[in-house]
Design a protein around this ligand. Structure first.
Ligand SMILES: *Cc1c(COP(=O)(O)O)cnc(C)c1O
Length: 380
């Protein structure tokens, strides 16, 4: 049996979430924008329930929630939407600031904006993946429009000090966007208290369906639409709302919050057990902070093994990844930012534990890695 330890790439949709979604595919077929009949109104009410569930999870009002197709779209809407709105009002501030370890769904829209007149600063991180506060202080000048920093890294799990970052942004008049796709449902996040202006999340990273997500926006933050059409979502994201997926997103967020603490404690204990077992193999380095990290993440580099061969051996027994699911083929830019060589980055394993992970999975995982490493090291 394959042990699935790739929960940062995607999580299984919870069975209660599937059940909540079921009637909304066919039985209740209304378009939430059809306000003249009951099926339409029912669909609209279901979407508003989901909006409330998502908003409550971040301690925000319902109006803050803009539904999207996922975190990639939410990031694009946030970053390009802020830039375009700034352009429209003749804003002097143009500089965009981010971290080298952000997800491609932040780095790529920012690189696009950099080619269209918005200067970009990409800050390095410390060897443990954390942002150096002094570097950030120096980077946020009176030309800075926006800072984008993720809540939890999708490869190494590392958490940034969002409250301190948010305070600094407020002092400097800089908008703060946070890609929280790996954090919502896994960590407590009160968006307003943290000084976050815009926050992106994704359904399939928190035991919900793929193809849905949201951008949460603080009141008064000007955003320009990036998709035009029927005027849905306050005119900021046109397109018929994906009612079943959004019902699923709401149920998933609520379900993830309900067992968050207990799950976090249990998975942290299993993760520590996994680390102890792997550390004992020797020549193993942990990537990213061991303390400021998600409870269900472990990322390691193995000395003296070829990454390609390692993963070919492991995939018979384990579903894990090297680097992120979204950068197939190229070496991880996150591990490079921590100072790992190409070879070390290739010989890395990202473990993402989840709700269904058992102690037997952990033991099997340690045994599988031990076996692969012994084979590859003896061959050298
Ligand atoms: C998965 C992920 C995304 C992309 O989310 P989708 O909903 O799959 O588009 C963006 N950012 C981070 C940090 C992620 O983990």
């Amino acid at each position: 049996m394959l042990a699935y330890l790739d929960h940062h790439a995607s999580t299984p949709c919870d069975t209660a979430v599937l059940a909540a979604m079921a009637p909304w595919w066919s039985e209740h077929c209304g378009n939430p924008s059809s306000r003249l009949h009951r099926p339409g109104l029912e669909a609209a009410a279901a979407v508003e329930r989901a909006r409330g569930q998502v908003a409550r999870a971040l301690a925000m009002p319902s109006e803050a929630v803009l539904f999207t197709s996922g975190a990639t779209e939410a990031n694009n809407l946030a970053l390009k939407g802020i830039a375009e709105a700034a352009l429209e009002r003749g804003e002097r501030r143009r500089r965009l600031v981010t971290l080298a370890t952000e997800h491609r769904a932040v780095l790529d829209p920012l690189a696009w904006l950099a080619r269209h007149g918005f200067p970009l600063t990409v800050l390095p991180v410390q060897p443990d993946g954390r942002l150096d506060p002094a570097l950030l202080e120096a980077a946020l000048g009176d030309d800075t429009l926006l800072l984008s920093v993720m809540a939890a890294n999708n490869e190494i799990g590392v958490l940034q000090d969002l409250a301190a970052i948010g305070r600094l942004c407020q002092e400097r008049g800089v908008l703060f966007h946070c890609d929280a796709a790996q954090a919502v449902g896994h960590l407590p996040l009160a968006m307003g208290e943290l000084g976050i202006d815009l926050l992106s999340l994704s359904g399939h990273k928190l035991y919900g369906p793929k193809g849905c997500g949201a951008l949460l926006r603080r009141r008064g933050v000007a955003l320009a639409a990036q998709q035009h059409g029927g005027g849905q979502e306050q005119g900021l994201r046109a397109g018929t709302l994906a009612v079943p997926l959004l019902v699923g997103l709401g149920a998933a967020v609520e379900g993830a919050l309900a067992d968050r603490e207990e799950r976090g404690r249990r998975l942290a204990a299993l993760r520590d057990q996994l680390w102890r077992g792997l550390e004992a193999l020797g020549g193993v380095q942990r990537n990213g902070s061991a303390t400021a990290t998600l409870p269900h993440n472990l990322n390691i580099s193995l000395d003296g093994v070829d990454g390609g061969r390692l993963h070919r051996l492991l995939r018979r027994q384990l579903a894990v990844s090297s680097g992120s699911a979204c950068s197939q083929g190229s070496p991880s830019h996150v591990l490079a930012a921590l100072g790992r060589s190409r070879r070390q980055a290739a010989a890395s394993i990202r473990f993402g534990l989840g709700r269904a992970t058992s102690e037997a999975d952990i033991q099997r995982t340690i045994a599988a890695v031990a076996e692969a490493v012994a084979e590859l090291r003896s061959a050298v």
